[in-house]
Design a binder for this molecule. Structure first.
Ligand code: NAD
Ligand code: ZN
Length: 348
């Protein structure tokens, strides 16, 4: 396989600065890395946060973003074991961790203080060739549709892990707040596949039809309903047993701590910049609710999330455009106009 010296990528030099679609060198894998010819990459709202630089965690600069990259292994670092040229591999958010701290020892790799992040502290998948740590890169079964699987590499893993974090039982209600977005549209389907009843929250009629087609039993339109909390509690006969917050809205998160069922679990996933959760202490105590953060997933969660997809239980609702269109996708995302996930074809 011949690997070119240069490639197309989208790069920014300052947070919020121009998104430059240009030629850059193809990176050389370090001894522990594989080189992946990224065919497709999902565009996550996290990529928009990274570009804007609105989180209290600095990005590397200049940066190639992207962390839902699906492609083919084209080169191996000298110490790499267990990968072959031609294997299908995924660039995911967690690209490295120390593997020896107390968190890594217990498989909480994403909580490692030395976590290396694709498309944030390590150049990611908005390029044709990306390096990835051989231990952390995702294994994708050969023959998988690489465009369709790409959103699983962050959105899928994250919502699958968040649903596990909610600790629900089959037949219980789970609310997905932000259900029509990239994470939400997969959360609805993983929740169904795991045996839960889904109440979906998002804005507008089109999004309502979209999430019902994906399997939600009930839809709450936050732009229309007079009282989100009351409507959800009524529809679920006392509140959902779990809530997966994947909106980028502080108000939506705070409402979830009110409508959750007594003894239920509110899972925080979406990361609105500068936001705080505020829940009434009296109600939280008397209802004995749990509020838990959930941050991507570990390697086992990755393999399991991909397996749900490979068995046909999850369909990624994607729209494919060229990598050169990234700026337009960010604009649509900012305006909340995306149904499901945009995926970029790195060759265009
Ligand atoms: P997205 O833009 O595709 O989806 C967000 C959805 O929230 C949209 O459909 C929007 O209409 C909806 N929404 C907005 N306001 C709402 C409200 N008040 N109530 C209900 N829904 C509302 O974004 P995404 O790619 O799905 O990412 C969502 C968030 O999750 C981002 O902040 C991202 O950074 C974060 N994220 C976190 C993790 C993690 O590990 N915790 C992983 C990936 C992404
Ligand atoms: Zn992501």
């Amino acid at each position: 396989m011949s690997i070119p010296k240069t490639q197309k990528a989208v790069v920014f030099e300052t947070n919020g600065g121009p998104l430059l679609y240009k030629d850059i060198p193809v990176p050389t894998p370090k001894s522990n890395e594989i080189l992946i010819n990224v065919k497709y990459s999902g565009v996550c709202h996290t990529d928009l946060h990274a570009w804007k630089g609105d989180w209290p965690l600095a990005t590397k600069l200049p940066l190639v973003g992207g962390h839902e990259g699906a492609g083919v292994v084209v080169a191996l670092g000298k110490d790499v074991k267990g990968w072959e040229i031609g294997d299908y591999a995924g660039v995911k958010w967690l690209n490295g961790s120390c593997l020896s701290c107390e968190y890594c020892q217990k498989s909480a790799e994403s909580n490692c203080a030395e976590a290396d992040l694709s498309g944030y502290t390590h150049d990611g998948s908005f390029q044709e060739y990306a390096t990835a740590d051989a231990i952390h890169a995702a294994r994708i079964p050969k023959g998988t549709d690489l465009a369709e699987v790409s959103p699983i590499l962050c959105a899928g893993i994250t919502v699958y892990k968040a649903l596990k974090t909610a600790g629900l039982e089959a037949g219980q209600w789970v609310a997905i707040s932000g259900a029509a977005g990239g994470l939400g549209s997969l959360a609805v389907q993983y929740a169904k596949a795991m045996g839960y009843r889904v109440i979906a929250i998002d804005g507008g009629e089109e999004k309502g039809k979209f999430v019902k087609d994906l399997g939600a039993e009930y839809y709450v339109d936050f732009t229309k309903t007079k009282d989100v909390v009351k409507e959800i509690q009524t529809a679920t006969n006392g509140g959902p047993h779990g809530v997966i917050n994947v909106s980028v809205s502080e108000a939506a998160v705070n409402q979830s701590a009110q409508y959750v069922r007594p003894t239920g679990t509110v899972v925080l996933v979406g990361l609105p910049a500068g936001a705080k959760i505020s829940a009434p202490i009296f109600d939280s105590v008397v209802k004995s609710i749990n509020i838990r953060g959930s941050y991507v997933g570990n390697r086992a969660d990755t393999a399991e999330a991909i397996d749900f997809f490979a068995r046909g239980l999850i369909k990624c609702p994607i729209k494919i455009v060229g990598l050169s269109e990234l700026q337009n996708i960010y604009e649509l995302m900012e305006q909340g106009k995306i149904l499901g996930r945009y995926v970029v074809d790195t060759s265009k």
